[in-house]
Design a protein around this ligand. Structure first.
Ligand code: PMP
Ligand code: GLN
Length: 376
């Protein structure tokens, strides 16, 4: 078979999680929580599974879940969305991103990707026949918006942003959002894909959703993931918000990728959403971040700032001059802690001697992992 993605191998998340299992290492690599989810969510699931939710949901999503998502978007961001025409429930944010990109990108179109970037963006653009244009973020993971604007050509159709940012842990400031607005205003042929899967996981900095920005949301696809919000990454349920004209095109593609997504999980989330307190999630993860950082004080790792997501980036230059891939391999195989090399998020593979830890873990795991890391 002739490969459509000849330059792409297996995702770094799969590679590192597999290595963690093989070497019996504590897995701080792939991002997933290892603590129990809310008991109410499980109880809701048990009720739903006993009920009659075993057949296809309507193509765009469970009607009550669409309504609940609409209310959530209105409550948090003051945006009134029509659940029937402007929301789509997807198989994780991954499928929302894939489908939105398929809808906008035609062969020859360009999409701007800010590196380090989440692994699915660029290959998805290529699968649509488009060309990803990679712009490197600054060393502190801030964005030089002039560089972004300079990269826009007549063929550029899409700007992809991720806020809060994985792996950088940065959160866009008001200035960043204004810069995006100005770019969108100056380039009327441009659409925006705003990946906001960590929308509720932010700390000292406030997260500004594109949902709250009237000027650009009419040309934006915004995605979120219940996997991150309710600690259920394995359920693979996310959603996309976009204005009707954009969503009509997305739905044409969605119906041939999955048609509709898992009924029982959707119905459970519909029942659970009204009782869930989303405002707590930031402080829940802030405590984990602070706990992890405190215990790492005695290590030789230099921890970068972390304002959002459940990832902490660290520089290891004081410990080793190996490449980040070799260092991550050594950490996993010799020291018993699996991590992600940050160069895996860079198209040019540039290596700033940074690794990413996932701190979405119970206290015991954080203690055991940091004990090992402090001995290195
Ligand atoms: N975008 C980012 C930035 C992510 O970190 C993730 C999850 N790792 C996703 C998208 C995909 O989310 P989901 O698991 O819901 O497909
Ligand atoms: N989003 C998760 C991470 O960044 C991994 C998701 C996946 O394994 N595809 O680690």
């Amino acid at each position: 078979i002739k490969s459509k993605l000849p330059h792409i191998g297996t995702s770094v998340f799969s590679v590192m999680s597999k290595m963690a299992a093989q070497y019996n290492a504590i897995n701080l690599s792939q991002g997933f929580p290892n603590f129990p989810v809310a008991p109410e969510l499980i109880e809701n699931y048990q009720q739903v599974i006993k009920g009659d939710y075993n057949q296809y949901m309507p193509m765009p999503g469970a009607p009550r879940l669409l309504t609940e998502i609409g209310q959530k978007v209105e409550k948090h961001y003051g945006r009134k969305v029509n659940p029937e025409t402007e929301i789509l429930v997807t198989a994780g944010a991954t499928q929302a991103i894939f489908t939105a990109i398929q809808a906008v990108i035609h062969p020859g179109d360009e999409a701007i990707v800010l590196d380090p970037s989440y692994d699915c963006y660029a290959p998805t653009v290529e699968l649509a026949g488009g060309k990803p244009i990679h712009i490197n973020m600054e060393p502190d993971f801030s964005v030089d918006w002039n560089k972004v604007e300079d990269a826009i050509s007549k063929d550029t159709k899409l700007l992809i942003v991720n806020n809060p940012h994985n792996p950088g842990g940065t959160v866009f400031s008001e200035k960043d959002i204004q810069a995006i607005e100005q770019i969108m205003e100056r380039h009327p042929h441009l659409y925006l894909l705003s990946d906001e899967v960590y929308e509720f996981i932010h700390f000292e900095e406030k997260h500004i959703s594109i949902n709250s920005r009237k000027a650009i949301r009419e040309r934006a696809f915004i995605t979120s993931s219940f996997g991150k919000t309710f600690h259920v990454t394995g359920w693979k349920i996310g959603y996309l918000v976009a204005p009707k004209a954009l969503m009509d095109e997305v739905k044409k593609i969605h119906q041939y990728i999955v048609f509709s997504v898992n009924s029982t999980s959707q119905q459970t989330l519909a029942n659970y959403l009204p009782q869930a307190d989303l405002s707590d999630l930031g402080s829940f993860y802030q405590k984990k971040r602070d706990f992890f950082r405190e215990l790492m004080k005695n290590s030789r790792f230099e921890l970068l700032d972390c304002q959002g997501t459940y990832f902490q980036v660290a520089r290891y230059s004081e410990i080793s001059d190996k490449s980040d891939v070799d260092f991550a391999t050594e950490l996993t195989q010799k020291h018993g802690v699996a991590v992600i090399p940050v160069s895996g998020f860079n198209k040019d593979k540039h290596d700033d001697h940074l690794i990413r830890f996932c701190f979405a873990k119970d206290e015991d795991t954080i203690i055991k992992a940091t004990e090992k890391l402090c001995k290195i």
